[in-house]
Design a binder for this molecule. Sequence first.
Ligand code: UGA
Length: 457
Amino acid sequence: MKYSCFALLLLFFITLHTAPNIAVIGTGYVGLVTGPGLAEFGNQVTCADIDQNKIERLQQGEIPIYEPGLEELVQHNVQQNRLKFTHDVGAAIEEADIIFIAVGTPMGSDGNADLKYVQSVLKTISEHMNGFKIIVIKSTVPVGTGRWASYVLQNLGVQPDQFTMVSNPEFLREGSSVPDFLKPDRIVIGAESEQAHTTMNEIYSYAFAHDAQQINTNIETSELIKYASNAFLAVKLSFINEIANICDATGAQVDTVAHAMGMDHRISDKFLNPGPGFGGSCFPKDSQALICLAQKNGIHVPVVQASLTTNQIQKVKPIEKLKELLRAKKLNAKTVAVLGLAFKANTDDIRYSPSIDVIRILLEEYAQVKAYDPKAMDNMKHEMPNINYCDSIAEAVKDVDGVIIMTEWPEFKDLLDYIKYKKNKPVIVDTRNILDTKELKNAGFTYATMGNGTNQN
Ligand code: UGA
């Protein structure tokens, strides 16, 4: 992209002489950590969202999602006058030198990432351009989106020398996204110009001074780094889930297998915990989007495809195990406690949660479902209003035939305290391997794990 002398001078000025104003558009799981995180690095940030109600809550100090450490981070930066919230997205754009787009890119009906929210932000940007701006796409978007966004803006009448596009993907894990943002492994910046790289490196200078690795590259490479990372992790998870199933069939112990595998530095022990299949808004959606991208380019990606197929099979395993323990072909007339509704611990997010699949099957088979989760029940009530929500583990496991642990919330480790002395002990399916199998066995439980053995009395 060509720059006018004016734009280059302005960029130079922004980079070296003033703290740039940053607008973060979208206050979901990504934007609401990115904005306060950038403010914590010393930047001046406005978080904007069209959802007036959400912004009013944020202005009153109320955090609309559960994310450990976020409330303190927001409070601290608001107090320091580095962070504010507005639902006047246009005004935030006009004030900003750098605009981060952090809106959702959900999976469309064709498996592709749906860019309608990104497109809508681009339109708003085009209506409020009042000077040169760096436009950063933070949302996870298919390779080619940066280039596409540039065309969209120009079609909307924005002059090419009035903006430059940047890709700066996020690698935040829900539940630990605050420390992930503040102390990242790496910060990837894909840009078309040296000046944009320089300005972006400036706003992240605090993180670079504290050991974050820096990758400066072009936009397409940056966009693909995000998809390749998520798809690789999804493959790793499906792989260990397959190994866990082999362990179940052969008597091998997956914990030890994974531990020993992880001692090889080329493999690493991270992301080798088997479970009920991966969920969340990222792995299923991003793997699918990568498949679509490959297909569009005539490339076969059977490994990525297989990780999704394995994941679908894995999501049914908790039910298969429950039936095996109960020696039942169907689950009608059975009452089952589902402990954990969020797709993983430390979040209230239920998107693509394996618990949804499990509860659906239980309901299809006319089982009675009692559900408990420390943080995700409100979200699940919208998705599944007709199950019995309980206020505690104790209430959930009262008079049930079976208990399925779906999420690795620390409090579920104490499950046995609630059922150890019961005369009619429920069977237990521990899909996260958080219970002590020796203790389970000694207390006379009938149980199944994911690859760490089964005990059938
Ligand atoms: C994931 C990536 O880890 C982040 O780097 C990325 O930024 C994010 O997607 C995104 O694209 O926005 P997240 O979806 O929050 O983050 O959750 P993870 O902690 O990665 O877990 C994903 C799924 O894998 C969960 O269902 C979790 O229970 C499962 N998992 C994870 C396992 O079953 N075993 C493990 O060892 C680790």
